[in-house]
Design a protein around this ligand. Structure first.
Ligand SMILES: C[S@@+](CC[C@H](N)C(=O)[O-])C[C@H]1O[C@@H](n2cnc3c(N)ncnc32)[C@H](O)[C@@H]1O
Length: 336
């Protein structure tokens, strides 16, 4: 089955990376057919519906997962052609939504919805925009149009409800839950996940809600207590330790994923001789405790690739995230 993952526009590269890593965690047999701005088309040969259902519960940077019924050019006549040729049986009611990814297409979405509607009207199908049994979707990207049937929509409202200031303990400088969730997925945990600079536990909450054992460390007791309050609020089993990320009390190769957001040397306190010492020391410790073949997601403001390589890591990806005018984060995906 061909699936289209309609990606959120909040970041240029993280949403696709989240989809691919999440797929790698649950299925070996998939192929990326097309990687478009805003949409990833993937072929899954076995159990595609079940796999899409599992992913719909994990992903934070995807809007819809759609069964692809046709792919064609981006001109008006191409679009109508793929809709005409699509093999889709509508028993009951349907809706059609046309969505332009960014501003690539100049097609008027409303009038295209009407034209597609008249194709299905002629086939005897009944439209119901409020409560349709089949939701059809047409995506207009840079040079392709993708027509499909939504099989899962991701409920992103839960991430909004977990925004840092809605949690029992708030402290500034925390990642947004959607970003934290995507990074947990990119880290591909199997059983446990470590955040050695856990602060208020935002990353641990997202990993804990997915059922992973979560382990956090920090050098500020106040924040560890805050992390405890937040994790207990979501009923998450956890281990929290007052410990220096440069000297972890954990066995070699005992951890299968790390996601961490160490202080950048701005507002969050650095509990080390220097930023350089903290980055070098913590990367070395993360490498030591991580199992072979596993991933660490390490956020920083400055380039840490050379330090990560010196610690033994391979740098698999670097994502750049502009937070505001004077802060750009680098999100490095490291592999042992
Ligand atoms: C940017 S904050 C982490 C924010 C976190 N992602 C959250 O959700 O709240 C960085 C944290 O690193 C902690 N920290 C600073 N130096 C440390 C060290 N040497 N070892 C462990 N934690 C340290 C700080 O106390 C702070 O809580």
């Amino acid at each position: 089955m061909l699936l289209a993952f309609e990606l959120s526009g909040e970041h240029a590269t993280l949403p696709a990376s989240e989809v691919v890593a999440s797929l790698e965690s649950v299925c070996q047999d998939f192929k990326i057919i097309l990687s478009l701005d805003g949409c990833l088309i993937i072929e899954i040969r076995k159990d595609a519906g079940t796999i899409a259902g599992i992913l719909a519960k994990k992903l934070s940077m995807t809007h819809h997962i759609t069964e692809v019924l046709g792919i064609g050019g981006a001109g008006e006549e191409d679009v109508l052609d793929i809709v005409e040729k699509a093999e889709v049986e509508i028993e009951g009611t349907y809706s059609i939504r046309v969505k332009r990814v960014r501003e690539y297409s100049t097609i008027d979405t409303e009038s295209m919805e009407k034209r597609i509607g008249s194709i299905f009207f002629q086939r005897g199908a009944h439209a119901d925009l409020k409560n349709p049994e089949v939701q059809l979707r047409l995506l207009l990207t840079e040079d392709k149009s993708i027509f499909g049937r939504i099989i899962f929509s991701i409920d992103r409202s839960a991430y909004e409800a977990r925004k840092p200031h809605y949690k029992p303990f708030f402290y500034p400088g925390v990642l947004m839950p959607r970003v934290a969730r995507a990074l947990v997925n990119i880290a591909k945990p199997e059983k446990n996940l470590l955040d050695p600079f856990c602060g208020t536990g935002g990353i641990l909450v997202e990993a804990g809600l997915m059922g992973f054992s979560v382990i956090g460390g920090d050098m500020q007791r106040k924040l560890l207590l805050g992390a405890k309050m937040n994790l207990c609020h979501y009923n998450i089993d956890h281990s929290l330790m007052f410990q220096d990320a440069c000297r972890e009390a954990l066995r070699n190769e005992s951890i299968d994923a790390v996601v961490t957001d160490p202080p950048y040397g701005r507002s969050a306190a650095i509990k080390a001789e220097s930023l350089e010492y903290m980055l070098t020391g913590s990367l070395g410790e993360i490498y030591r405790v991580l199992k072979k073949g596993k991933r660490a997601v390490f956020i920083s403001e400055r380039e840490i690739e050379a330090l990560a390589i010196a610690a033994g890591f391979k740098v698999a990806q670097t994502h750049i995230q502009r937070v505001h005018k004077s802060l750009t984060r680098r999100i490095c995906i490291l592999e042992k």
